[in-house]
Design a protein around this ligand. Structure first.
Ligand code: VGL
Length: 188
């Protein structure tokens, strides 16, 4: 009956100063670090967008819905986790999106361990997950929906997320609730 904290895509490129900056990203990075330090989750994992050649996910003329500026290129500083999380102990880190868009952390793998997120959590005895990070309306949305779909009791810590478009948040919260995902806290 272990509990996990899933920290989604809190990477330099998704925060102020990055190539696909989400407003409030740095504040969320700091708040997650403080939350993780004080929380008693049995397992803490991170996901990272980790692109090599993701095709039409990258565009010189992005629509910010299905296509995006170049971001989180594997091996570049933009793909690194924000420095605010340098003191957070992650049990595993799941990279996704090498050759195609991958919004959900459940599409990721911890390459050092050779395992995907769902199998890792099950191996750790995890039955419930709390999800936070960036962006509320894209990767946090998809990761939480997949967590619930995989059978984990899922809560989104909404005040530890930041959205690409805050106007999407009400729709996304409705999707989560329809899928049985609990939502705690007001989005930042
Ligand atoms: C994300 C847009 C494009 C995210 C990733 O992490 O939410 N958003 N790629």
């Amino acid at each position: 009956m272990a509990r996990a904290l899933i920290v989604v895509d809190v990477q330099n490129d998704f925060c102020e100063g990055g190539s696909l900056a989400v407003e409030g990203g740095i504040a969320v990075a700091s708040a997650i670090a403080a939350y993780a330090a004080a929380s008693d989750h049995d397992v803490v994992v991170a996901t990272r967008d980790h692109h090599i050649d993701p095709g039409s996910h990258f565009s010189e003329d992005p629509d910010f819905v299905d296509s995006w500026p170049v971001h989180c290129v594997a091996g570049t500083p933009g793909a690194e986790l924000r420095a605010e999380l340098s003191g957070t102990r992650f049990d595993a880190v799941f990279d996704k999106g090498e050759f195609a868009a991958a919004y959900s952390g459940f599409e990721g793998r911890d390459h050092a361990r050779g395992v995907g997120l769902a199998d890792f959590l099950r191996d750790e005895g995890v039955t419930s997950v709390d999800v936070c990070g960036i962006a509320t309306d894209y990767c946090v949305r998809a990761t939480a929906l997949d967590a619930a779909g995989a059978g984990f009791a899922t809560t989104v810590l909404a005040d530890l997320t930041a959205a690409v478009a805050p106007s999407n948040t009400a729709r996304v919260v409705a999707e989560w609730e329809a899928a049985g995902v609990a939502v705690s806290g007001a989005p930042m």
